[in-house]
Design a protein around this ligand. Structure first.
Ligand code: IMP
Ligand code: MG
Length: 178
């Protein structure tokens, strides 16, 4: 898929992300301090950088698992119909679970995933999203923890892509068509 030419303007620096993750990890550690095992579920693919940095700040017994839900395809619009492309490897019944998402936009993806995972009867289930675009919400859902609220801009970097590109940028930037 080809895209019109664009440039990327930095929105959130790598340093700000790292500082915010330290704060979030502290809150998560407090919430789950008595856990025997926290299953950290990353939503592929956008959360892979975030989850890697987050778990290294979590001084808790963690297990890492991944789930892939279809969402944007290669475009800029949410498909609204969410399908599970790759399910968890492990069981989460009676476990403490933390779902890690890159961005909550319309809310369809997180809502679908939370409903699915709650049906498996975890002991506790919380959610964290690095970014939130509250002005775009169509489903009434909010992550337990959010890194940053951002305006209605299409963003890339720190794991997040535009048509599979730019995931490897160390910061979050917004796409500007030129
Ligand atoms: P939702 O279902 O509309 O909340 O969309 C959530 C998913 O859409 C996220 O997990 C992202 O993969 C993708 N997404 C939402 N906003 C952006 C963006 O600005 N850039 C890249 N992907 C995005
Ligand atoms: Mg995603």
């Amino acid at each position: 898929m080809s895209h019109p030419p664009y440039e990327i303007d930095q929105l959130i620096s790598a340093k700000s992300i790292a500082a915010r993750i330290e704060e979030l990890a502290e809150e998560i550690r407090t919430r789950f301090k008595d856990t025997d095992k926290l299953v950290v579920v990353g939503l592929l693919r956008g959360s892979f950088v975030f989850i890697a940095d987050l778990v290294r700040e979590l001084d808790l017994p963690v297990e890492v698992d991944f789930l892939e839900a279809s969402s944007y395809g290669d475009g800029m619009e949410s498909s609204r119909e969410v399908r599970i492309l790759k399910d968890l490897r492990g069981e989460i019944q009676d476990r403490d679970v933390l779902v890690v998402e890159d961005i909550v936009d319309t809310g369809f993806t997180l809502d679908h995933v939370v409903t699915l995972l709650k049906s498996r009867k975890p002991k506790r289930l919380e959610t964290i999203a690095l970014l939130d675009k509250p002005s775009r919400r169509e489903v009434d859902i909010k992550a337990t923890w959010t890194g940053f609220d951002i305006p209605d801009e299409f963003v890339v970097g720190y794991g997040i892509d535009y048509g599979q590109r730019n995931r490897n940028l160390p910061f979050i930037g917004k796409v500007r068509f030129t």
